[in-house]
Unconditional design. Structure first.
Length: 388
């Protein structure tokens, strides 16, 4: 059914890097979500009124909040699809994440409200009617939510939208929620305890937990998270296919919305190269990265001496020493300034984020000590970097 809906409503469905196509996917997912959740809301409100179950009512309003979330996501995709302008030269792609954050707040608010209502039901219990028909209807609603979760997750993965992937997970969470409500309805037949209220509390906690999970997933790209290791490795491999380029480092990737990436990278080239030719090679590498990944890449050239045997030997010596200290350490931008009494070894060391300032100071002392044991004239001039 998912494929049929895509064929029916999405033009150029395979061109998922196109902003307009992504917008169509987002609107389709939101429209399907609104239709399904509106149907389930009406269905569960009727069941809740017939049975007097607060947990079913809570589940119904959870569906209502999900429908509102779908409406907000449609607005988010519409705004995110706007073309870049003078005020926002990188486009409006991050609006999609803001929409996801608004959705998360609504879900959390609904959860807290029904938590209070469920506590009141525990304090002032009421009889909940049981009916096989009601249980069957709830089971049907679970099947609808199960399909909807798969539909949203599939579209989310297809267009690289964390918001839709999170929405799919939320729909699957709703299946569990409704299942717990059904168990509460059945259990209420065999005990005088206010099972419905306790189940309502569980449902409310589950809703709040799902809301915080979606908030976490949407805040991360807004704050600026590290590049996906697979994406980073792919970009570096594409650049390393080029002639002249002998090493890459300091890759930084900026996310301006799903499918909108900007990046910068330092490429090491031999210092005795023909720099006109190197410039052409770098232009070609940038174009290759764009064509294969959709990432707009800017490359900075770092000339290094690769033909001086003395410098090469020192570089290998320092690299080996760093790996002996910590296998996670790596080095780049190595240069040597020779002198009679001092030999400056200038280089950058890439350290994990677990290294605080104290750890960096200790590392600097260790590097200096080890190098001066090799030759007392060695004076390391080190800059510490982190992998972006």
């Amino acid at each position: 059914m998912t494929k049929a809906l895509i064929r029916l409503f999405i033009r150029n469905a395979e061109d998922t890097r196109n902003a307009r196509v992504r917008e169509q996917y987002g609107v389709l997912s939101g429209a399907v979500g609104i239709a399904c959740n509106a149907f389930l809301f009406v269905l569960k409100v009727v069941i809740g009124l017939m049975s007097g179950s607060i947990s079913i009512a809570a589940d119904a309003f959870n569906n209502l909040s999900d429908g509102l979330s779908c409406l907000i996501s449609i607005v988010g995709f519409k705004v995110a699809g706007k073309e870049p302008d003078a005020k926002h030269p990188f486009g409006y792609g991050r609006t999609e994440y803001i929409a996801g954050l608004v959705v998360a707040f609504i879900i959390v608010l609904v959860g807290f409200e029904f938590f209070k209502t469920s506590i009141d039901r525990i304090i002032h219990p009421e009889t909940v009617a049981f009916s096989v028909v009601l249980v069957v209807i709830l089971a049907v609603s679970m099947l609808i939510k199960l399909w909807m979760g798969a539909f949203q997750a599939q579209i989310g993965r297809r267009i690289g939208s964390p918001v839709l992937v999170a929405a799919g997970q939320d729909s699957r969470n709703d299946v569990i929620t409704t299942g717990v409500v059904m168990l509460g309805m059945v259990a209420g037949r065999f005990t005088s305890l206010p099972v419905d209220g306790y189940i309502g509390v569980l449902v409310a906690v589950f809703i709040v937990w799902a809301g915080f999970g979606i908030a976490r997933d949407t805040v991360a790209p807004l704050l600026g998270e590290a590049a996906d290791p697979e994406i980073a490795q792919n970009v570096e491999q594409i650049v390393m296919e080029s002639d002249y380029i002998v090493g890459v480092h300091d890759l930084i990737v900026h996310n301006y919305g799903a499918g909108r990436w900007l990046a910068s990278l330092h490429a090491e080239v031999p210092s005795d190269s023909d720099f006109v030719a190197v410039h052409e090679v770098i232009d070609e590498a940038e174009k290759r990265v764009w064509q294969r990944t959709g990432i707009y890449l800017v490359i900075h050239m770092d000339p290094i001496d690769v033909n001086d045997e003395h410098v090469a030997a020192l570089r290998a010596q320092v690299d080996k020493m760093l790996h002996e200290i910590d296998a996670e350490l790596s080095m780049h931008d190595f240069r040597v300034v020779d002198g009679e009494r001092h030999i400056n070894l200038i280089f950058d060391v890439l350290v994990p984020f677990s290294y605080d300032n104290n750890a960096k100071r200790n590392l600097m002392m260790t590097i200096r000590s080890k190098l001066q044991k090799i030759d007392h004239r060695y004076n390391p001039v080190v800059t510490f970097d982190h992998q972006m």
